[in-house]
Design a protein around this ligand. Structure first.
Ligand SMILES: CCCCCCCCCC/C=C\CCC/C=C/C(=O)SCCNC(=O)CCNC(=O)[C@H](O)C(C)(C)COP(=O)(O)OP(=O)(O)OC[C@H]1O[C@@H](n2cnc3c(N)ncnc32)[C@H](O)[C@@H]1OP(=O)(O)O
Ligand SMILES: Cc1cc2nc3c(=O)[nH]c(=O)nc-3n(C[C@H](O)[C@H](O)[C@H](O)COP(=O)(O)OP(=O)(O)OC[C@H]3O[C@@H](n4cnc5c(N)ncnc54)[C@H](O)[C@@H]3O)c2cc1C
Length: 664
C-alpha cells in the first residue's frame, strides 16, 4: 500500500490473524487467491475504472457498460479464464449488465429445465456468447403470481410449432434484464395450450433479434422500460418490455424436462415435480444470499473505516477529539451490521451446500427436500436482502453528512441494491411461502411425521413450549446452547400460536389471508434461527489462525443478542426469557462491542476489498479521507467554471432587479 496509512494506529490494535480471517471470509484458500487475483486484475485495468459513472446520461452510461462487458469478455478469452474466474472478474467489474442475466438465469434455466438434447444444442452457443439470453417471466400485469401470467404458447400440430402471443397489454413482458436492448434470445414463460387445453406455465426458448443486424424478429416489439431509481446504479441494465404477435417457434424449443409435448400435441409428464419449472429462481435466490453479505460488507467497510477517521467532540484540552467509532451509540448501530455481514456469509455458504445437495438428489430422482430448499432459499433471500438494504441506509447515516455524497459510494450502493428486495420474489411474498411451509410442518406433527433439516427443532415442540431459559449472569449468554434454545423456543412458540389461530378458521385459505401479517413474523423468527444456528455451527469447525475463532464468537453473539434486543417483544411475549434475562443480554452485548472495537478495522480489512471495488472516498484503505474528498469536489462539472452557466440569464437579472427595487 502506497503513502501514509492513516488507519495504521487502528491496524496495530488488531488481536487476530487478518490473513487467516481473509480465508475464512472467502470460504477457502482457493477462493481467496482466485478472487484476490481477479479483483486486482480489474482494479489495475483502466478500462474498468468507475469514476464519474454516476454523472453519465443514460445513453452514455449504457454504452459504457456495453464497452466494459465486451472488454471483460475479451480478457476472459485472452487469459483463458475458467468459468469460476470469469464469474469473479464480472463481479469485480461491479456494474449490472445483460451478462448477469445471461450467465445467472438464461444458462441455469436451460441447464435446470432443458432436456439433455436441448442442453447439447443451446449451452455451447450460450457459453461462447454466440447468443445472448435473458429470463422473461414477469409481465406488466403479473410478477409475483406466476400462475397468473397471460402470455400464451399454443401448439400448432400442423406445423409442429408453438405460437407465442401476447393477448393483452398486461401480458407484455416487463422488467427482464438484458432484454431491452441486448438479448438475442430469452427464456419466455407462457401458458402452454395444446388441443385447446391449458397445462400451466412453462419456459420456451425464443429468438428475439436477428443475429445479423440485431433487428427484432418480425412480430416482436421490444424496448427498454425507462430510467430506474438513482444515478448510475441499476440504470446500466436494459430492463425491457416485449410483446409477441403470433411468433412461431419449433416444438423442441419448449424446455421439456418437466413436461414433454409430443408431435401430436399430447402432454407427457416426466417423474420430475412441476415445481422444477421454478428451479432457476431457487438457484438465483441462493446466489442472492451470498451477494447480500458482499453488499453489506461493502457498506460496513466504508462506515467502519470512516468512523475511525471521523472525530467529533470530546476534546476539553485542545487535544484530539473522539473518534466517532468510540461512541457506544455508533458501536451499537455499526457492530451488529458488521456481525450480520459475517452471519450472512456463513449462512450463504451453507445455502450453497444445501442447493448442491438438492441438485444432486434431484438427479437421483429424490425430490424429498425440494420444499425445504424452496423455503430456505425464499426465506433467507428475503431476510438477508431486507436487512442489507436497511443496513446500507444505516451506514449512510453512520457517515453523517459525507455519507450523503455520491463520493461516499453509499448512495449508488443503496440504489443498486434495493431492488434485491423485489426481484427474484417480493420479500413479503417469499416470507408467505415460508409461512405455508412452517404451518404445513406444524400441522403434520400430530401425524407422527418427523420434521427434518431446518425444521427439526419443531419435532421437540413440547419441550420448547415448556423450556425456561436458565440465564443468571451476562456471561451465560455466551453459551451456544442457551442462545440456540432461546431462538428455537421463540420460533416454535410463534409457529404453534399461529397454527392455533389458523385452526379457528373454517376455511384455512381465509385464515391464512387474515393472519398473514402474523405469519410473516413467524417466518422471520424461523429464518433468523437458521442464520444463528449456521453461525454457531461455523464456530464448531476447526478454524485456523490466531484469535480468529474468538472474533467469530464475538460476532456470532453480537448478531444473536442484537436480534434478541431488537425483537424483544417476541421473546418476552412468548415467555422464552424474562425481562431480567433480557437486561443481562444487553449487558453482554455492550461488553462484546468493547471487545470488537480494537479489531473493527481489521475485521473489515478481512473482506479484502480493493479501493476500486469499494468506490468510496470515505472507505479508502489508507483512511486519507479529507484531502481526497476535497479533491473529489473539484471534479464536479459544476466546478468547471467559476461563474456557472445560467448566471447571465437568471442570476444576474434577478440581482439587478432587486437592486432596482431597492432604489425605488
Ligand atoms: C457462472 C456465473 C454465475 C453468475 C451468477 C450471477 C447471479 C446473478 C443473478 C442476477 C442477480 C440479480 C438479477 C436480478 C434478476 C431478476 C430476475 C427476476 O426477478 S426473475 C422473476 C422472479 N419472479 C419471482 O420470483 C416470482 C415470485 N413468485 C413465485 O416464486 C411463485 O410463483 C410463488 C411461490 C409466489 C407462487 O405461489 P403459488 O402459491 O401460486 O404457488 P404455485 O401454485 O405456483 O405452487 C405451489 C407449490 O409449489 C411450491 N413452490 C413454489 N415455488 C417453488 C420453488 N421455487 N421451488 C419449489 N417449490 C416451489 C409451493 O411451496 C407450493 O407447494 P405446496 O407443497 O403445494 O404448498
Ligand atoms: C431491478 C429489477 C430487475 C428485474 N429483473 C427481472 C428479470 O430479469 N426477469 C423477470 O422476469 N423479472 C424481473 N423482475 C421482476 C420481478 O421479479 C418482480 O418485480 C417481482 O417478482 C415482484 O413482482 P411484482 O412486481 O408483480 O410485485 P407485486 O406482486 O405486484 O407486489 C406489489 C405489492 O403487493 C404485495 N403482494 C403481492 N402479492 C401478495 C400476496 N399474495 N400477499 C400479500 N402481499 C402481496 C407485495 O408484497 C408488494 O408489496 C425485475 C424487477 C426489478 C425491480
Amino acid at each position: 500500500m502506497k503513502g501514509v496509512d492513516h488507519l495504521a494506529h487502528e491496524r496495530n490494535k488488531t488481536e487476530f490473524d487478518v490473513d487467516a480471517m481473509k480465508i475464512v471470509w472467502a470460504g477457502s484458500r482457493h477462493a481467496f487467491e482466485l478472487s484476490d487475483r481477479m479483483a486486482r486484475l480489474v482494479a489495475s485495468d483502466p478500462a474498468f475504472q468507475k469514476d464519474g459513472r454516476i454523472r453519465l446520461g443514460r445513453k452514455e452510461l449504457f454504452k459504457n457498460t456495453l464497452r466494459k462487458a465486451a472488454h471483460a469478455w475479451k480478457r476472459i478469452l485472452e487469459l483463458h479464464l475458467t468459468e469460476e474466474e470469469a464469474g469473479w472478474l464480472r463481479n469485480f467489474v461491479d456494474e449490472p449488465s445483460f451478462t448477469d442475466l445471461h450467465w445467472g438465469m438464461f444458462v441455469p434455466a436451460i441447464k435446470g429445465q432443458g432436456t439433455d438434447e436441448q442442453q447439447q444444442k443451446w449451452l455451447p452457443l450460450a457459453y461462447k456468447m454466440q447468443i445472448i439470453g435473458s429470463y422473461a417471466q414477469t409481465e406488466l400485469g403479473h410478477g409475483s403470481n406466476v400462475q397468473g401470467l397471460e402470455t400464451t404458447a399454443t401448439f400448432d400440430p400442423e406445423t409442429d410449432e408453438f405460437v407465442i402471443h401476447s393477448p393483452t397489454l398486461t401480458s407484455s413482458k416487463w422488467w427482464p434484464g438484458g432484454l431491452g436492448k441486448v438479448s438475442t434470445h430469452a427464456i419466455v414463460y407462457a401458458r402452454l395450450i395444446t388441443n385447446g387445453q391449458e397445462h400451466g406455465v412453462h419456459g420456451f426458448i425464443v429468438q428475439l433479434r436477428s443475429l445479423d443486424d440485431h433487428m427484432p424478429i418480425p412480430g416482436i416489439t421490444i424496448g427498454d422500460i425507462g430510467m430506474k431509481f438513482g444515478n448510475g446504479a441499476y440504470n446500466t441494465m436494459d430492463n425491457g418490455v416485449l410483446t409477441f404477435d403470433h411468433i412461431r417457434i419449433p416444438r423442441n424449443q419448449m424446455l421439456m424436462r418437466v413436461l414433454q409435448v409430443t408431435r401430436e400435441g399430447k402432454c407427457v409428464k416426466s417423474n420430475v415435480p412441476r415445481q422444477l419449472i421454478y428451479g432457476t429462481m431457487v438457484f438465483v435466490r441462493q446466489t442472492i444470499v451470498a451477494d447480500a453479505s458482499t453488499a453489506l460488507a461493502r457498506a460496513v467497510c466504508i462506515a467502519t473505516r470512516y468512523s475511525a477517521v471521523r472525530r467529533q467532540f470530546g476534546s476539553q484540552d485542545g487535544g484530539m477529539e473522539t473518534q466517532v467509532i468510540d461512541y457506544k451509540t455508533q458501536q451499537s448501530r455499526l457492530f451488529p451490521l458488521l456481525a450480520s455481514a459475517y452471519a450472512f456469509r456463513f449462512v450463504g455458504e451453507w445455502l450453497k451446500w444445501l442447493y448442491t445437495d438438492v441438485t444432486q438428489r434431484l438427479q437421483a430422482n429424490d425430490f424429498s427436500i425440494l420444499p425445504e430448499a424452496h423455503a430456505c432459499t425464499a426465506g433467507l433471500k428475503s431476510l438477508t436482502t431486507t436487512a442489507t438494504a436497511d443496513a446500507i441506509e444505516e451506514c449512510r447515516k453512520l457517515c453523517g453528512g459525507h455519507g450523503y455524497l455520491c463520493a461516499s459510494g453509499l448512495p449508488e450502493l443503496f440504489a443498486v441494491y434495493v431492488p434485491a428486495c423485489t426481484y427474484e420474489g417480493d420479500n413479503v411474498v417469499l416470507l408467505l411461502q415460508v409461512a405455508r411451509f412452517l404451518m404445513k410442518t406444524v400441522s403434520q406433527l400430530g401425524s407422527g411425521k418427523k420434521p427434518v433439516g431446518t425444521t427439526a427443532y419443531l419435532g421437540r415442540v413440547q419441550d420448547l413450549l415448556q423450556c425456561c431459559c436458565d440465564v443468571q449472569t451476562a456471561e451465560d449468554w455466551l453459551k451456544p446452547s442457551v442462545v440456540l434454545e432461546a431462538f428455537e423456543a421463540r420460533s416454535a412458540r410463534m409457529c404453534v400460536a399461529r397454527a392455533q389461530n389458523l385452526s379457528k378458521f373454517e376455511n384455512p385459505e381465509d385464515g391464512f389471508a387474515e393472519l398473514s401479517a402474523d405469519l410473516v413474523e413467524a417466518s422471520v423468527a424461523h429464518c433468523q434461527l437458521i442464520v444463528v444456528s449456521k453461525f454457531i455451527d461455523k464456530l464448531q469447525q476447526d478454524i485456523p489462525g490466531k484469535g480468529v475463532n474468538r472474533q467469530l464468537q464475538n460476532l456470532c453473539y453480537i448478531y444473536a443478542l442484537n436480534l434478541l434486543h431488537k425483537y424483544l417483544g417476541d421473546f418476552l411475549s412468548t415467555g422464552c426469557i424474562t425481562p431480567k434475562q433480557a437486561s443481562l443480554a444487553n449487558d453482554q452485548l455492550r461488553s462484546l462491542y468493547s471487545q470488537i472495537r480494537p479489531n473493527a478495522i481489521a475485521l473489515v480489512d478481512a473482506f479484502n476489498y480493493t479501493d476500486h471495488y469499494l468506490g468510496s472516498v470515505l472507505g479508502r484503505y489508507d483512511g486519507n479521507v479529507y484531502p481526497k474528498l476535497y479533491e473529489e469536489a473539484w471534479k464536479d462539472p459544476l466546478n468547471d467554471s467559476v461563474v456557472p452557466d445560467g448566471y447571465h440569464e437568471y442570476i444576474h437579472p434577478m440581482l439587478k432587479q432587486q437592486l432596482r427595487n431597492a432604489r425605488l
